[in-house]
Design a protein around this ligand. Sequence first.
Ligand code: UD1
Length: 342
Amino acid sequence: MKILVTGGTGYIGSHTVVELQNKGFEVVIVDNLSNSSAEIVDHIEEITGVRPVLEVFDLVDREKTADFFKRHHDIAGLIHFAAFKAVGESVEKPLKYYRNNLVALMNILESMRENKIKNIVFSSSCTVYGQPDELPVSENAPIKKAESPYGNTKQISEEIMQDTIKTADIHGIALRYFNPIGAHPSALIGELPIGVPNNLVPFITQTAIGLRDQLSVFGNDYPTPDGTPIRDYIHVVDLAKAHVVAIDRMVNQKMKKDFEVFNLGTGNGYSVLEVIKAFEKVSGLKLNYKIVGRREGDVIQVWADPGYSNKELGWKAELGLEEMVDSAWKWEQAYRGKTVKP
Ligand code: UD1
C-alpha cells in the first residue's frame, strides 16, 4: 500500500517514513528540501533496508502538485508534514508562513479530490490550545486565539480540512503534537535545525557539544513548582508510530467521523530544569546554562490528556524523558562525529 509523506526528509517526517516502511508500507516522499537534505533518504535506507522514492518540488506550486498526483493517483493516503514551523520567524514574515503552510494544503486537498484520494493525516500542534484553562488538556478544550502566524496556520489548516471534508469524499485526521524531542535509536536520523536552534533540546545538545556557549533558560519566575515552564515532551519515535496507527485507522475504515482530532502527548509534564537535569544525568555532563528573562509568547504550562488517543487509536507513548534526551544526545554526537566524555 502506497503512502505519500510530504516533508518526509524533515525531523518528524523522516522518523515516520521509517515506521511506515517497518510496517511494510511503500513510501513516496515529496519535499522541497528547504529545511532538510536529500541524504536523509540514504539514512532511512540504512535503517530500514528500503529506499523511499523522493520527489523534490514545492507543493505551493499548483501545477507540479497536480502533475504529481496524476502520476501517483494510486496512493492510499498521505501524511502532510511539509510546513514552516519557526514561531519567531512567522511573526517577522507572516505572509511567508500563510502562503507556504496554507496554499500547499489547499493544493493537496484539490488534487486529492481530483484523483479520488480519500485519506489525509495532518500535522497539527498543541499550540492551538494556547494556555489551556484546564490541565491536562483534552481534544475538547477550546481553541484559543493563536499567539503567532505559525500557530494560526495550524488552526486555519484544521478548518480548511473540516470545510473541505464536508463537501468531498475525503477523510482527515489532525494529530496535535505536544513537544516532540529525541531521535531514532540508530542515531542516523534526528532533529537538525538550520542555524541557531529555537527549541530547548537541540539547544541543550548543541551547547553540550560545544557549538553554543550557553543555554538561556527563559524565565524561572513562572507559577510552577521550580519556576520554569512545563511541557509534555514526547519521543519522536512514539510520535511517528502514532502516524502509522492513524493511517491504518483510515485505510481500514475504522474512523468514527470524517474528521478526527487526536492529542499526541505522554500526559506527563516536565519543567525546563527537569529536562536539563535529565540531560545531565544521561550524559554525565554539567550543562552551562543561565536563567534569563521570559521569552515572549511562551505559555506557562501545558500537558496532554492522551486518554482519547490511547483508547481510540490503541496507541500509547512508551519512552520516558531520559530515553528522549539520551537519544537526542547520541544523535548530536553521531552527527557531529564527536564523542563528549564526562
Ligand atoms: C514551540 C512553539 C510551538 C511549536 C513548537 C515546534 C512557542 C510558544 N511554541 O514550542 O507552537 O509547535 O515550538 O517548533 O514558541 N526554552 C528555554 N531556552 C531555549 C529554548 C527553550 O528555556 O533556548 C524553554 C521555553 O521557554 C519553553 C521550553 O523550553 O518553556 C520548550 O521550548 P521549545 O522547545 O521552544 O518548545 P515550545 O515553545 O513549547
